[in-house]
Design a protein around this ligand. Sequence first.
Ligand code: NAD
Length: 428
Amino acid sequence: MADKPFNAFKMAQQQFDGVADKLDLDQATRDLLRNPLREYHFLIPIRMDDGCVKVFQGYRVQHNDARGPAKGGIRFHPQETIDTVRALATWMTWKTSVVDIPLGGGKGGVICDPHNLSMREQEGICRGWVRQIAYNVGPFQDVPAPDVMTSGQHMIWMMDEYETIHNGKYPGFITGKPLGVGGSLGRTEATGYGCVYVMREALHEMGIDIKKTRAAFQGFGNVSQYALELYAKLGGTPICVSCWDQQDQESYTFRKLSGINLQQLLKITDRFGGIDRKQAKELGYEVIEGGAWIEQDAEILFPAALENQVTSETAPRMHKNVRLIVEGANGPTTPEADEIIKQRGIFVIPDFLANAGGVTCSYFEQVQCNQNYFWTKDEVLAKLDTKMTDAYLKVSALARDRKVYMRDAAYMIAIQRVAEACKLRGWV
Ligand code: NAD
C-alpha cells in the first residue's frame, strides 16, 4: 500500500480520530479537539538590505489552551504551510499533556529561508512577527520558542520587541532564550537527553542491556547530537548518523561500525547539522549516499531529522534485528509505515513522548524566570529525567494493560487529560 500524499495536519487528525474512537469521546469534544481553537495569519513587510520591501507570510496557531497557555516553537522555513503549523500545534497539545505540564499547544511560522537572509533582515522578521500578534501571545496566553532554523538570538529579538510594546519585563513570554537573559541551563541537551531517558526505560522493560545495543541515527542536529552523546555515555554503540547536503539536495549516511566519535564528528559539522564528506572519509567513515541509515544492522533506530521519513517504501528496508524505534523528530513515521512496524512487532516510543524533553525544559525555563531564581544544570537534568521517566512508565503501563500500541497509549493519556480539562472548564 503506497503512502497517501503527505499532509501533516490530515495525519494528526487521522491519529486523533482513531484515539477518539478508543476513548469513546462525545461529538462536541471531537469537534473541539480535532481543530485549532484559534489561528492568526498575517503579513510581515520588511525593508531588505538592498532597499526594496519584501512581504513575508506569518502564522500562529493556538490549538488548545485548556490546560494552560499555548506553547510551541516558531519555524522559519521556505516550505512552511498553514497545515504544517496546524499539525505541529496539535502535536504540542498532546506533548505537553503526555508529560503532564500545565501548558497547551501552539505553533508559529514564517515562510522564509534564513539561508538567504542577513541577520538584520531576520531581526526585522522577528520583530515584525511580534508586532502583528503582541496582544494575542504572552506568558499567560501563548508562549513561543525556537524551532527549525530559529535560535536563542531570534527569541531575544522577539522578547525585546514584546517588552517594548508592553512596557515591562516579561521573560516568561518566550523560551529558548540564551543563558544570562532568562535562558535555562540544560535546554540545549534537553530534547536529545530526554529521548535517551525514555529509551533507557524501554530497554530496561524489554530486558535488553544498552551496552549490547547498536543505534542508527537519522539527522545530526540538536536532537541527534545530544541523544547520541548520552546514548554512548550509557554504553551503547552509535554506528551511523545521516545529514542533508544543502548543495547536492541529497542525504548522506556516515557509518563507522566500531562506533562514532561524537567530538571528532562535531569538528567537521556546520551549524545546520551538515557534515563535511571529504574530511569524514579521511577520518575513516564510510559515506553512503541516500537514506541508508534505515537499513543498518542495529537494535535501535533513531529518526531525528524531519517528518515523513519512515514510509511504506523505506520501512520494509529496516533490518530484522531492529527492536526499538525512538522517534526524535516530529511526525517521522507515516500511518502506512506505522502499520508495517506494528506487524513486525517493533517497539516504538512515539514522537510526542520521546521528544517532549525540549518543551519540558522550556516549562522549567518559565518556572525559573517566574521565580527569578535559576537552577544548576544537574538540577534541571535531574528534574527532566524524573518527568520523562514518569511519563514513559505511565504510557507503557497503559499499553500493556489495554494491549494497545505505544502510540495509541500515549495519545489516549494525552487526549483524555485535555478532554477532561475542557469538560471541567465547561467548554463541552
Ligand atoms: P536541526 O535543524 O538541528 O537538525 C536537523 C538534522 O537533520 C541536520 O543534521 C540535517 O542535515 C538533517 N536532515 C535534514 N533532512 C534530512 C534528510 N532527508 N535525511 C537525513 N538527514 C536530514 O533540527 P533538530 O532541532 O535536531 O530537530 C530535528 C527534529 O526534531 C525536527 O523534526 C524537530 O521538529 C524535532 N524536535 C526538535 C526539538 C528541539 O528541541 N530541537 C524538540 C522537539 C522536536
